[in-house]
Design a binder for this molecule. Sequence first.
Ligand code: ZN
Ligand code: ZN
Length: 474
Amino acid sequence: MDSPPAIAPKACDSPGNYQAIDTVVNSSPQNRSGGRQLGSHLAPEKRRDANTMRDIKACWSCAFQRDKCGEGDPCPRCAKRCNKANGPHPQLACDRTPLWELVEYFLPSIMTSIHTQQALKDFVYKHTTGWTDVRIRLRLIPGRGLPAMPCEAYEFVPKTIEPQRQFQYFKNSKTGMPLRSERPSPPLGMVQIENRDKDQYTKYIDDIIQNYFPAFAQMYCSDDGYDFNLRLLELLRNLKPEAKDEKDILHDVRRLIVVTYIMGHTLVLEEANRATVLPTLRHARPAIEYGTFCSPRVVNRQLKYLFCQLHTQYMSDVYKKLQQMLKKSKQWPPAKWVAAFAAMLGLAMVHEDTQKTVHLLADYKVAAEGWSFREAEKVAGRTCEAIDVKFSFVTALFMRRSSKGENPIVHRDSSWWSTKLDRNASVFAEGVKKLVSDNCKSHILFRFCFIQKLQNPKRKSVAETTTILHQVTC
Ligand SMILES: [Zn+2]
Ligand SMILES: [Zn+2]
């Protein structure tokens, strides 16, 4: 099924890159600051330089300025630049990091380590002692109104209490904070997970995007006291750019939003399915004790093992595509700016969602794995801060990349932009502008300095705004 097109990062990224950019932008030899004349060969010494640069990669500042980068930290040009003023944008530090290398911060190990194959095997081995041979068809949903994912499970004989209980988190209606709740979980698991299942779940995610997005947006925002995320999701869903790279990155961002949501929520049995399955089990409690949000913990973990792989894949895909857009040599036309900005907003949502899940995971570590509260809090704090720092770097790149042109959020009025943008992109830009002027409580927009000038909400930390309904750790 339509997996995202393969991307060869080397082709667009390595210092081949800075030379290629030089060649395109500055074709007259006397203007050239770095590259060489078309068709000429490099002298051996220069070739050696070029090879070294291919290994260490050009820094972002040099790539943006179309300058030739060099070795060192900072590189020679950044060392000179640091004394110069840089207009309204802060000077970028000399940094060569390709964006896909940031994925390890955006998908921190506190989240991914429980979803490795080994962790899953260990869990099943440690907590189950045998399997019955009656095949049971399950239908699980990650939220009300969302389509069911079908899967085949078997009942197992539990060895310990662990697979028969599960921590779920609900929003405390008084404090707005997450409330941990220990729930019984039926002893059901899949005996085999195959790779074709991954394709099935890719299709599942695309089905949500194409056919269930309004219901998804409702679930995504069900614990919000304001409609910022709901409106932003709607805008992201309706933006339909023409250019292939813009279309592709937005498709991947939508997938990433959906899979990040799934990774942070419990997969529960659909109501009708629950009513037929639970009474047939031999090693379970009476059906009535399981309640509405009944989730077989082992199946939940097994499915998340598959979704975790998709999570990593989509995150890398988005950052590879963003890297290509940022490093592309030509000035962005307004439509490309809109698509890139939309992708940035989607990423901000995703990272904020991840930060909420990280806090819940820390709580889970305290409740189930004997971590001390202090230790868990420290790890969660550090993990979330790292996400903030790395994403600030990405937003700084975006703003530097787009600093030369005007943008439809800040500059000129909509009538002027309507001649530069097609109707669909204008609607998106107007919608975001309206979010800004409505001063919606969210620091997703506030991450972009050109917006900070337009509004001045008291910025709240993620921890303060965290209110979670029915999210779960594993
Ligand atoms: Zn440089
Ligand atoms: Zn540099």
